[in-house]
Design a protein around this ligand. Structure first.
Ligand code: 5GP
Length: 204
């Protein structure tokens, strides 16, 4: 095993402990991440903080930490967020830094499911992470999934589609693309990228 040459670019054969999963809205990032957790409970999944209101069935501390604008301001001010962004021009979302650091210190494979702006910030601060882009099988399928979810207003949906168009254009910035034809196989592809071999782990 030779040390990789950083100038040679990304080596897809190298598993990483920290995987950042991004991709356009409604592509199914949350569902894929949940499937990973179900099949592989050893994978640690970051719980983001957000200023958006919970949807029916969402639990504080499980799906998100639901916080006020003031609380989010304080988290930024105290440097508690690894990254944060305004998503869909509406609410703020951010990754609490400490739990990520603790998970990595324990050697757990960690997964962040965040938006494109957040992924770009993590690339700056943790360049050793592996950046994965989840693609819909087609644009029409993405629209169908977004409409099918039925949890957003027309205005909100339009805003999300606008964001999705920009996000799709960023695929080339990522190390790996996974097409979400089917949740379980996409999750398995993701897990393959998180292989747990100490000898091969990334230094973050
Ligand atoms: P939703 O409101 O549908 O749960 O999520 C909206 C978007 O916010 C998704 O694209 C999701 O990936 C993104 N998101 C969730 N958590 C975070 C986070 O901690 N940071 C960033 N930058 N985006 C996030």
């Amino acid at each position: 095993m030779t040390d990789p040459d950083p100038a040679a670019g990304f080596d897809t054969a190298r598993p990483s402990r920290l995987v950042v999963l991004a991709g356009p809205t409604a592509v199914g990032k949350g569902t894929v991440a949940a499937d990973v957790r179900k099949q592989h409970p050893e994978v640690w999944l970051s719980v983001s903080a957000t200023t958006r209101k919970p949807r029916p069935g969402e639990q504080d501390g499980v799906h998100y930490w639901f916080v006020s604008e003031d609380e989010f301001d304080a988290m930024i001010e105290h440097g508690e967020l690894l990254e944060w962004a305004v998503v869909h021009k509406r609410a703020r979302y951010g990754t609490p830094r400490k739990p990520v650091e603790e998970a990595l210190a324990k050697g757990l494979p960690a997964l962040l499911e965040i938006d494109l702006q957040g992924a770009r910030q993590v690339r700056e601060t943790m360049p050793g992470a592996r950046f994965v882009f989840l693609m819909p099988p087609s644009w029409d399928e993405l629209v169908r999934r977004l409409v099918g979810r039925g949890t957003e207003t027309d205005e909100e949906r339009e805003r999300r589609l606008e964001t999705a168009r920009d996000e799709l254009a960023a695929e080339g910035e990522f190390d790996v693309t996974i097409v979400n034809h089917e949740v379980h196989s996409a999750a398995e592809e993701l897990v393959d990228l998180m292989l747990l071999d100490d000898e091969h782990r990334f230094d973050l």
